[in-house]
Design a binder for this molecule. Structure first.
Ligand code: PMP
Length: 278
C-alpha cells in the first residue's frame, strides 16, 4: 500500500493538511478509543457533550482509562450553544472536549463553527466524531480548528466496515508525543501507529500489528471515488436524497424527530413516534 496516496485521500475527505493522518485497523470505536487514549493521561479532565449515545460512550471510555469525565448533557435531539460550551470549558478546564458532529442516535448534525476557536482559548483539544456524517454533511477540519477528527469506513464513504480514518493536528501531536505515561493500549499507541503508517520522521517502518489490508484497499478506493465525485457534490447528493425522504415521510402524515431542517443529519433520518404507539 502506498501510504502517502492513502493519506492524501483522507486529507481531502477531512479537508486537512495534517501530516498525522492515517487509518485505524478497526471500526469507528477503535478511533474513539485511539483519540482518547493517546491525548489524555489518567487524572486529567475531559469534557464530553452528550446528546445521544456517542457522547455517553466516550465519557465511559475516558472514565475506564482513569480520566475525569465531565459531561454537558441535553436530551437526544438537543444541541449545545457556543455559550454553553464556553461556560463548561471555563468551569472544568478540560484537556479535551468531545462533540459528535453527526449524532446518529437522534439524527442531528451539530453546528461546529466557533467551537475550535474557544477550545484554543481555553488550551483544550477539540475532538470530533464524524463517523455518521463525513462525506454527507459539510465539515472542514482545518478551517474549523478541529484538533482530532475521525470517521468510519462503512457510512457515507461506502466502504466495508473495519477501518477508520483519523487525523491529529499539531496541538494534538504535541500533547500525545510529550506524555508522562504510556497510553493504556499498546495496539492503539500512536507512537507505534505513526511509524506503522510512515508518518513519523524515522527512516524505517517496523512491524507493529497485522493491518486489515483488504479493508485498507477498499477504503482507499472509496476515498478515490469521493475525490472524483467532489465533496460538495457528495454533500449535495446526500441532502437532495434526504429532502426527498423527509417529504415522503411527511406526506404519509409522520413527523420528523428533528424539527429544524438545518439540524437534520442528511445520512440518518429519525421519525417521532406517533401518538398511541409504544
Ligand atoms: N460514532 C457514530 C456517530 C456512529 O454512528 C457510530 C456507528 N453507528 C460509531 C461512532 C461507531 O462506529 P463503529 O460501529 O464503526 O464502531
Amino acid at each position: 500500500m502506498h501510504t502517502e496516496m492513502f493519506g492524501k485521500g483522507v486529507q481531502y475527505a477531512f479537508q486537512t493538511s495534517n501530516n498525522m493522518t492515517l487509518a485505524m485497523s478497526g471500526s469507528g470505536h477503535t478511533a474513539m478509543e485511539c483519540a482518547v487514549f493517546n491525548v489524555v493521561e489518567p487524572g486529567e479532565s475531559v469534557l464530553v457533550a452528550i446528546n445521544g449515545i456517542w457522547g455517553e460512550r466516550v465519557a465511559e471510555i475516558a472514565e475506564r482509562m482513569g480520566a475525569k469525565a465531565q459531561t454537558l448533557v441535553k436530551t437526544p435531539g438537543g444541541h449545545f450553544t457556543n455559550e454553553e460550551i464556553e461556560q463548561a470549558l471555563a468551569k472544568h478546564k478540560p484537556v479535551l472536549f468531545f462533540l459528535t458532529h453527526g449524532e446518529s442516535s437522534a439524527g442531528l448534525v451539530h453546528p461546529i463553527d466557533g467551537i475550535g476557536d474557544m477550545c484554543r482559548k481555553y488550551n483544550c483539544l477539540f475532538l470530533v466524531d464524524s463517523v455518521a456524517s463525513l462525506g454527507a454533511a459539510p465539515l472542514l477540519m482545518d478551517q474549523q480548528n478541529i484538533d482530532i477528527l475521525y470517521t468510519g469506513s462503512q457510512k457515507a464513504l461506502n466502504a466495508p466496515p473495519g477501518t477508520a480514518p483519523i487525523s491529529f493536528g499539531e496541538r494534538a501531536c504535541h500533547k500525545m508525543f510529550n506524555r508522562k505515561t504510556k497510553p493504556v493500549s499498546y495496539l492503539l499507541d500512536m507512537t507505534h501507529l505513526s511509524n506503522y503508517w510512515g508518518n513519523d520522521s524515522k527512516p524505517d517502518r517496523i512491524y507493529h500489528h497485522t493491518g486489515p489490508v483488504s479493508g485498507f484497499f477498499a477504503l482507499r478506493e472509496s476515498l478515490a471515488i469521493l475525490a472524483e465525485t467532489g465533496l460538495e457534490n457528495s454533500w449535495r447528493h446526500h441532502n437532495e436524497v434526504a429532502e426527498y425522504l423527509w417529504k415522503g415521510l411527511e406526506d404519509l402524515g409522520l413527523n420528523l424527530f428533528i424539527k429544524d431542517r438545518d439540524l437534520r443529519l442528511p445520512s440518518v433520518t429519525t421519525i417521532a413516534i406517533p401518538e398511541g404507539y409504544n
